[in-house]
Design a protein around this ligand. Sequence first.
Ligand code: KG4
Ligand code: ZN
Length: 352
Amino acid sequence: MQTLILGIESSCDETAAAVVEDGARICSSVVASQLDTHAKYGGVVPELASREHLRAIVPVVRQALEGAAARLEDLSAIAVTEGPGLVGSLLVGVTYAKALCFALEIPLIAVNHVEGHIISVLLKNPGIQFPALALIVSGGHTHLFEVRRIGEYRLLGKTRDDAAGEAYDKVAKLLGFGYPGGPIIDRLAPYGNPRAVKFTLAKMKGNELDFSFSGLKTAVLRWTQERDLSAEIARRKEMKHPTLEEWLTATPKPTLDLLASFQRTVIEELLRRAMASAEQIGAESVLVGGGVASNAGLRNAAKEQIGLRFYFPSARLATDNAAMIAAAAFPKFEKREFAGFGLKAQASLVLA
Ligand code: KG4
Ligand code: ZN
């Protein structure tokens, strides 16, 4: 008999539910984005996020079941993201999952969101050899883990300040490109000269596999302050759902050069440390997960790295989703690692 797990994810600003069979076959994956709610504030507003989750959770779960042609009674277990994330957002998913499990008398499985991002890569590339390196880069995380096997992780490095996606979002906000910043900077970067602006980054003291992106963000701010960009920034802020052509018309060459140089610097930082970590643990495979794994510049640059093979999730599974949560729960289901009804949302949950 197949194991059918319903995954629920509500750690940040997407309400997601998915049904996954035997940890590998995605029967349905529904993601309700709150982008429109948060875009005007230039970032996620936690109180609004919780309210939107409350509104969306029941229809999203219903849609996931319908998409999988499954009934609640067909489920073997329910998996939910217990952390890390925004506590008010996590609580909606955790509470709903608990209530469903209680009513259906089926097991509840708690999943770490960051492990979900690692598993999202394996869903697309099931045959990866271990030990592998995982680089998880999103709006909330920038982590390097040794993956000895599924479920066994060791933290090698992490960001000391901003996450990579957060740096994208802050730079985009500063320059009037709206939220989220990663996708638009990624689309505009090929139109600029990546070598035009040189950023000098502070050398890491202590663990050389740690990251720091706040200095880069400050350098972009300084670059902006040294020029008068107020007119072009104001113009971009006025635009409603612009096309790529419209963005390009509203973005002079020096700003395109800045974006290209910023993107090049972030990618170089990520790849340099990924290479060093992989060498340290003797890994030949690198799993890249999280929203920044969608970055076209990063995907292209990764292809050119010698001696290492990079694996990415499918585009739909790079950003937050519940299929990765349901899939990550399957090995725990097999080991009967179930959560009790005392399960709490944990904003700062660590993986390793
Ligand atoms: O994984 P995710 O959906 O949520 C978190 O767990 O944070 O990642 C969202 C982040 C945002 O910061 C967004 O700007 C970034 O991923 N992102 C990108 C791209 N697409 C999304 N960053 C760079 N390039 C992209 N193409
Ligand atoms: Zn995420």
